[in-house]
Design a protein around this ligand. Structure first.
Ligand code: NCD
Length: 311
């Protein structure tokens, strides 16, 4: 398989390519720490086109590119600072940008936009979040984190908690985790924010066990991974609707007492109120380590994609 665009985690049909990405990420980390990273991507340009806000995703992609000796062109508010404001279509913008870039990293508010961009681009496109659709590189770093923290990717009980309707990291993650054996999901969401049907169908097709639960307290002692997400404010029609749901789940000191001693707490970040700061000191809190892993995963992905090697 040639890894060209990364649009959806559905592209990964088995775990062998994932394993290659993870082992390359390990190598990137050890070389980075030893200060022995070669300039693998010298003379290569990554263009980051972000129509939605981002901290971790854009900065870690940019840092990854610089660390490998590459160059970066970036626009963080593409809707305002690119020709989009003059009415240029996404496809026209991507056609033009792909003439200047070796790889494009795109974040856009519309589900399906990354695929549309990939169809007209002359260079690889990486989906860095397409509205309520997917966020495949986040899922890769999430799974890499689980493997690093727990030493396995099989035989896991995983609670996905929060805005399962709009949370794109959830969508990409559950597809990818479905490739591993003996996975059980607890889908923990208020009724209004339950996982969309298409993803439940996917789980059924893959014969993955899942349970829909409303009360997070019920699963705390059962899980190996507690994956928290924020309620996605920007996807709501009214502030009132958001306010009603935003504090449905809060993991605090009391919840930590009930949580399985060997579990890890993950979060794609940014967190708002769903994990209180006092939780950060607990060694089960893996979310900052998770964010750091994003750098190594993105280094591995950029190298693999720009090299265009068969994997
Ligand atoms: C996530 C996103 O943008 O989907 N953030 C990220 O990339 N780490 C999660 C979120 O915004 O809630």
């Amino acid at each position: 398989m040639i890894l060209r665009h990364i649009i959806s985690t559905k592209q990964f049909l088995d775990t062998s390519l994932l394993d290659k990405i993870f082992r390359l990420a390990d190598k990137m980390e050890s070389r980075e720490k030893a200060n022995t990273l070669p300039n693998y991507l010298r003379n290569k340009i990554m263009v980051a086109v972000f129509y939605e806000p981002s901290t971790r995703t854009r900065f870690s992609f940019e840092a990854a590119m610089y660390k490998l000796g590459g160059e970066v062109i970036t626009t963080e508010s593409a809707g305002h600072f690119s020709s989009a404001i003059k009415g240029e279509s996404l496809t026209d913008s991507i056609k033009i940008i792909s003439g200047y870039a070796d790889v494009i990293v795109l974040r856009h508010p519309t589900k399906g936009s990354a695929k549309i961009a990939a169809d007209v681009s002359e260079v690889p496109v990486i989906n860095a979040g397409d509205g309520t659709g997917e966020h495949p590189t986040q899922a890769l770093l999430d799974i890499y984190t689980i493997e690093k923290e727990l030493g396995r990717l099989e035989n896991l009980n995983i609670a996905l908690v929060g805005d399962l309707l709009n949370g794109r990291t959830i969508h990409s993650l559950l597809i990818l985790l479905s490739l591993y054996k003996k996975i059980k999901f607890y889908l923990v969401a208020p009724k209004k924010l339950q996982l969309p049907k298409e993803y439940k169908e996917h789980l059924k097709k893959k014969k993955i066990t899942f349970e829909e639960v409303e009360d997070v307290q019920q699963v705390l002692d059962k899980v190996d991974v507690l994956y928290m997400t924020r309620v996605q404010k920007e996807r709501f029609k009214t502030e009132h609707e958001y306010n009603q749901l935003k504090s449905f789940y809060v993991i605090d000191k009391a919840a930590l007492k009930k949580l399985n001693k060997k579990a890890i707490i993950m979060h794609p970040l940014p967190r708002v109120i769903e994990i209180t700061p006092e939780v950060d000191k607990d060694k089960r809190a893996a979310y900052f380590r998770q964010a750091k892993n994003g750098l190594y995963i993105r280094m591995a992905l950029l190298k693999m994609i720009i090299d265009g090697l068969k994997h």
